[in-house]
Ligand binder design. Structure first.
Ligand code: ATP
Ligand code: MG
Length: 334
């Protein structure tokens, strides 16, 4: 079986976009791939963070992963900071990564501008940590969204440079990762603007539906969501991004085909469609929320999952780290 690696930062709540665009793909991929999925709590401190929330959000995210259907035979779930090899490899790779490769990263430039004077070295170094996250597990595939493509390219550049410096020809030490680009990864748009993606960092809570929203919150958000004055709903009309987004959500969460949804909704007004969508979202999230609650109520179980994940992850990561250190000429610890 091929190995896939992916992670999400423990910042805030997961929303329908994270679920439909990422986690659900990992769950479906379990029939084909072995997943290494980590909670990126080291990345979470590259911007100012709240210490009172970090551990809590880490557990919430782990419980949500499980509640969404990741199963432990095919998925290893672990916390990044529990596996020290991530930080150790980052140091070693830092020392062979040219500074200008990092200052050229688009995401660094964007985030640094937003942070003003408050930019830590960690923000600049984020892509090297990400390279370490990937390379330690020698995955065959790394799922990447648009926003992470440049960082995966950098990872590949680091691999080539490392192997060039320290590996014998034809005996690479670090394995070159390939991107896994999914064709129709559902892109969920904001409820308040159908042309913007749904996002954790949107300041408006009304713009997204979180996986843990109560039925009342879901109903309220859908009631207030942006629509248009046209009667009859349709897919794929560029003038009507909200209609397309909400119909797509309805289609994906109800399990109906596009044809069925198009036929059902072509003569509907928003007043008729919104309650239907509300009910569908509530029903789709109900089993996830129930499972989440059961897992959160059993802290011992959750801790055992993360402990087990740490051991499985470490067994792989430490081997790669040992190879890297040997190639660089380090002495073996006594
Ligand atoms: P932020 O606004 O802080 O960047 P985010 O909502 O974009 O947060 P991330 O943690 O960056 O969430 O992304 C986690 C995963 O969810 C990634 O694989 C990303 O591609 C996916 N994802 C995020 N938003 C959407 C969306 N609206 N539709 C589909 N997939 C999404
Ligand atoms: Mg994002």
């Amino acid at each position: 079986r091929q190995r896939v690696l992916s992670g999400v930062q423990p910042t805030g709540n997961l929303h329908l976009g994270n679920y439909l665009g990422a986690i659900r793909n990992w769950v479906e991929g379990q029939s084909q791939y072995d997943n290494f999925l980590f909670i990126a709590d080291l990345h979470a401190v590259t911007l100012p963070h709240n210490p009172a929330e970090l551990a809590k959000n880490t557990y919430t995210l782990a419980a949500l992963y499980l509640a969404c259907g990741l199963d432990l035979t095919h998925s290893t779930i672990f916390v990044q900071s529990h596996v020290p090899a991530h930080t150790e490899l980052t140091w070693l790779l830092n020392c062979i990564t040219p500074l200008n490769w990092l200052t050229d990263m688009i995401q660094f430039k964007e985030k640094a501008v937003k942070q003003g004077e408050n930019v830590g070295v960690g923000l600049l170094d984020y892509p090297v940590l990400m390279a370490s996250d990937i390379l330690l597990y020698e995955p065959d595939k790394v799922p990447v969204g648009e926003d992470q493509k440049q960082h995966l390219e950098l990872t590949r550049d680091i691999v080539n440079r490392f192997n060039h410096l320290f590996a014998k020809p034809d005996q690479p030490v670090l394995k070159l990762p390939e991107p896994l680009i999914r064709k129709e990864g559902a892109r969920v748009m904001s409820l308040t603007d159908g042309t913007k993606k749904m996002s954790k960092s949107d300041p408006s809570e009304l713009s997204r539906i979180n996986l843990l929203d109560s039925p009342d919150e879901i109903a309220k958000k859908i009631k207030k969501c942006k629509t248009d004055p046209t009667r009859g709903l349709e897919f794929d009309n560029p003038e009507r991004p909200e209609s397309n987004n909400l119909l797509t959500l309805y289609m994906v969460l109800s399990g109906k085909t596009k044809e069925e949804v198009a036929a059902e909704s072509q003569d509907m007004g928003w007043g008729q469609f919104k309650p239907l969508l509300t009910e569908t979202v509530i029903n789709a999230l109900k089993p996830i929320q129930e499972k989440y609650q059961a897992i959160m109520d059993d802290r011992g179980y959750l801790e055992s999952v993360l402990r087990h994940g740490k051991h499985k992850a470490e067994a792989v990561a430490n081997q790669t780290l040992a190879k890297v250190k040997a190639a660089m000429g380090y002495s073996t610890p006594l």
